[in-house]
Unconditional design. Structure first.
Length: 81
C-alpha cells in the first residue's frame, strides 16, 4: 500500500482548519475529504473550515455561510472540546 492523498491543517478547540490537501490518484482527494470529515466528527469537532468556496467542496456537501454566522460558529467551536 502507498499514500495516495493527504491533508494538512490545524485545530483549535473543536475547530479544524484545512490549509492544503493533495492527491496522487484521480478521485482519491474526494475519498480523503470524506475520510477526514468522518474522523473529525468521530472526535468531536464542531466546525471544519475548508477555506475558499470551490466547486468540489460544495459537491461533497460543504456550504458557504455569511461571515457573521461563520464567526459565531468559530467562537463556539474554539471554546469547545
Amino acid at each position: 500500500s502507498h499514500l495516495v492523498a493527504g491533508e494538512l491543517g490545524y485545530s483549535i478547540g473543536a475547530c479544524y482548519t484545512s490549509i492544503s490537501g493533495f492527491y496522487l490518484v484521480p478521485s482519491s482527494g474526494a475519498v480523503q475529504c470524506v475520510a477526514t470529515a468522518r474522523v473529525l466528527a468521530r472526535n468531536g469537532f464542531r466546525l471544519w473550515d475548508l477555506g475558499m468556496e470551490l466547486d468540489y467542496k460544495l459537491q461533497l456537501g460543504a456550504r458557504c455561510v455569511p461571515r457573521k454566522e461563520f464567526l459565531h460558529h468559530l467562537a463556539r467551536a474554539r471554546e469547545s472540546r
